[in-house]
Design a protein around this ligand. Structure first.
Ligand code: NAD
Length: 488
């Protein structure tokens, strides 16, 4: 769509060299409000020429930014964190409108965490250090420099828009890199607002550049650009594989945070009430659109029938509604296309040997009839081999099945191509240690879910990704180690 067709509510522009600019082509993509199923703005449909401009700005900013003291970098990142915090209401409203998530969730989780990401790396960079090795008896000493890479690319998905966007950008710029970043075209709004905040915080021009557009054009141009030396990507496994194919022959550093199909393993000896309450959350928070949601629930046979009754009861109390209403637990799914994809899995449930215990239907919310709403859905399955248990649905749909022994539970949990996170409910210490060691996943939560300490390594095994984010792992990813050996 040409610029003259943009309605007054649009206004999303690329953020290049500290300025807000239209795409060179003057082409735009519709941006939807999923709660009402209507277009409410446009975003730039950027091409490789726009990416080129962003890379040029980043390259120009790099010599100065990479030599800026840690104290100054830290102060600017802290200021960005403060400004995100000060703009909590505005950012949360924008996130909820763009994504369909409950406003209460955006206020409690998404935006505070985006602020914490900047504050965390503002602190972490002042504590980051490298190593020295004395070659004893050889009169030599080695020390390792950890230097910023240069211009790096950060590409993020739509489910936790500002939360995941800043989780990459903050360590990248803290470590002295300049960034070309692309948020999901489905949820661009808070990334756009972040540009304003960075200017206000005094981030020098060109240190962060945000280019909007489709993955297959704008995203691809970032991955293909020869002067972008590292790519930090979060998104689907198929996209990650595609990016790896492009980046590998160019020897780019790659961090890939991909899909999941996480087990939630429940033993009879757990704290039942705590487990039940948390399992409702780990199943349906953010409409089930969190890569860490426990979408395959395995329950010990002894408590299986009771769990079914109690879980269905609790889930039936969740209110599906317009995200802006305080009482809403489950908002809208992010797009019509995604709603249809999630629904298609419910439609094949019976052929897959599944039985719908609750939900399964689209919901018409009064006053928001065209919005993308779906009931939270529980499907009982008889085999872990079915598509419902093997493929990532990424919506408000969980499966449940029973198991008899520890060995069976472990086998079921690991029998999937993904390996992002796992949740275990038990009070048995020996079992906790056995499962923790043997689960094929990057993260294991025991008697809790989504409890995050930002210092810990975050990422997946198998087809859930390569590399780890978080803490010093992220600062290591965004720096190049160089060893210097001095003979004396
Ligand atoms: P997606 O892979 O479709 O898109 C993610 C991002 O990549 C978007 O910005 C998109 O525009 C871009 N992209 C798409 N094709 C590209 C290409 N060819 N080159 C470069 N960039 C391209 O994923 P999505 O639908 O936005 O997000 C959902 C997926 O993200 C789920 O699979 C979910 O599990 C995963 N996810 C993983 C984590 C994690 O930490 N492991 C966190 C959140 C979401």
């Amino acid at each position: 769509m040409k610029k003259d067709k943009i309605p007054a509510c649009a206004g999303i522009k690329n953020y290049i060299n500290g300025e807000f600019v239209n795409p060179i082509s003057d082409n735009y993509i519709d941006n939807y409000n999923p709660a009402i199923g209507e277009v409410y703005g446009q975003i730039p449909d950027s091409t490789k020429e726009d990416v080129e401009k962003a890379v040029e700005a980043a390259e120009k900013a790099f010599p100065s930014w990479s030599n800026t003291t840690l104290a100054i970098r830290s102060k600017i990142l802290s200021k960005i964190a403060d400004l995100i915090h000060q703009n909590l209401d505005k950012l949360a409203a924008a996130e909820s409108k763009d994504n369909g998530k409950p406003l209460s969730l955006a206020k409690a989780i998404d935006i505070p965490r985006a602020s914490s990401n900047f504050q965390f790396f503002a602190n972490a960079i002042t504590q980051f250090s490298s190593e020295a090795h004395e070659s004893v008896g050889l009169n030599a000493v080695n020390f390792t420099l950890r230097q910023p890479i240069g211009v790096v690319g950060c590409i993020s998905p739509w489910n936790l828009p500002l939360y995941l966007f800043t989780w990459k950008i903050a360590p990248a710029i803290a470590a002295g890199n300049c960034v070309v970043a692309k948020p999901s075209e489905v949820t661009p709004m808070t990334a756009y607002l972040l540009g304003e905040i960075c200017n206000e915080a005094g981030l020098p021009k060109g240190v962060l550049n945000i280019v909007h557009g489709l993955g297959t054009s704008t995203g691809q141009a970032i991955v293909e650009h020869p002067n972008i030396k590292a790519i930090s990507f979060t998104g689907g496994t198929a996209t990650g594989a595609h990016i790896a194919r492009i980046a590998a022959p160019m020897f780019k550093k790659l961090s890939l945070e991909l899909g999941g199909k996480n087990p939630n393993i429940i033993f009879a000896d757990c704290d039942y009430d705590k487990m039940l309450e948390t399992t409702v959350r780990s199943s349906f928070a953010n409409q089930g659109q969190i890569c860490l949601c426990g979408s395959r629930i395995f329950v010990e046979e002894k408590i299986y029938e009771q769990f079914k009754i109690d879980f269905v009861q609790k889930v039936s109390e969740l209110k599906v509604g317009n995200p802006s209403e305080e009482s809403t637990n489950i908002g809208a799914l992010v797009s019509k296309q995604h709603l249809e994809k999630v629904k298609s899995y419910i439609d094949i449930a019976e052929n897959e040997g599944g039985k719908i215990l609750f939900g399964g239907k689209k919901v018409e919310v009064a006053g928001s009839e065209k919005g993308y709403y779906l009931q939270p859905t529980i499907i009982e399955v008889v085999s872990n081999k079915c598509r419902l248990n093997q493929e990532e649905i990424f919506g408000p749909v969980v499966t449940i099945m029973s198991f008899k022994t520890d060995g069976e539970a472990l086998q079921l949990a690991n029998d999937v191509k993904y390996g992002l996170s796992a949740t275990l409910w038990t009070s048995n210490l020996n079992r906790t240690m056995q499962f923790s060691k043997q689960l094929h996943s990057g993260i294991v939560w025991v008697n809790t879910w989504l409890m995050r300490d930002l210092r810990t390594p975050f990422g997946g095994q198998k087809e859930s990704g390569v590399g780890r984010e978080g803490g010093f792992e992220a600062l290591r990813f965004f720096t190049e180690p160089k060893n210097i050996c001095i003979k004396f």
